[in-house]
Design a protein around this ligand. Structure first.
Ligand SMILES: Cc1cc2nc3c(=O)[nH]c(=O)nc-3n(C[C@H](O)[C@H](O)[C@H](O)COP(=O)(O)O)c2cc1C
Length: 161
């Protein structure tokens, strides 16, 4: 299952590319976070969660979903996390943002806390948190990111068998 949130559609596109990279529609569900009940996440073979980075964090819908998963609810579930984010050249144009991005490192983006939340509920992280680049706030995605997302999904598939 691929669960995402998206304000402007870019993270949704990445989620679809990841889902398509994983397999056919019968095998893979791609769902918006607000439409998922935490109980649906238990017993999955693979759960991938992604969010736009907003003010260094995942969106409220993603945070609520992670919070709602019962203790040990992801035991035995392989997990991975991704986000979408500004490009470095966009970051460089926003006052003080480059400072915080350098200070926080990977923690300046949503994927790392998502991965932490999934692990906290018992999930087994199979790849490091990954980020995909959007141009400006509303996108479009940087060229090549949909292909990179599909490749990332295939890499994950190779690691969970
Ligand atoms: C309120 C707000 C805050 C944002 N903060 C950050 C940020 O801290 N770091 C970053 O890289 N991108 C930030 N962005 C850019 C988003 O990551 C970008 O809008 C998102 O990747 C687009 O994905 P979506 O179309 O799925 O919403 C922010 C965007 C918004 C709207």
């Amino acid at each position: 299952m691929v669960v995402y949130d998206s304000a402007f559609g870019n993270t949704e596109q990445i989620a679809q590319a990841i889902g398509n990279g994983l397999g056919s529609q019968e095998d893979v569900e791609i769902l918006q976070a607000g439409k998922v009940k935490p109980e649906q996440l238990t017993g999955l073979r693979l759960l991938i969660v992604g969010s736009p980075t907003q003010r260094f964090r995942p969106t409220g819908a993603i945070k609520n979903l992670l919070k709602g998963i019962p203790k040990n609810g992801l035991n035995g579930v392989k997990v991975a996390a991704f986000d979408t984010r500004f490009t470095q050249s966009d970051i460089d144009e926003i006052p003080v943002l480059p400072f915080f991005v350098r200070l926080f490192g990977a923690r300046a983006y949503a994927a790392k806390p998502i991965a932490g939340g999934l692990k906290k509920k018992g999930g087994e992280l199979v790849v490091p948190p990954e980020g995909f680049y959007v141009e400006g706030t509303e996108g479009p995605l940087q060229e090549g990111e949909l292909e990179r997302a599909a490749d990332w999904a295939k890499e994950i598939l190779g690691l969970i068998d």
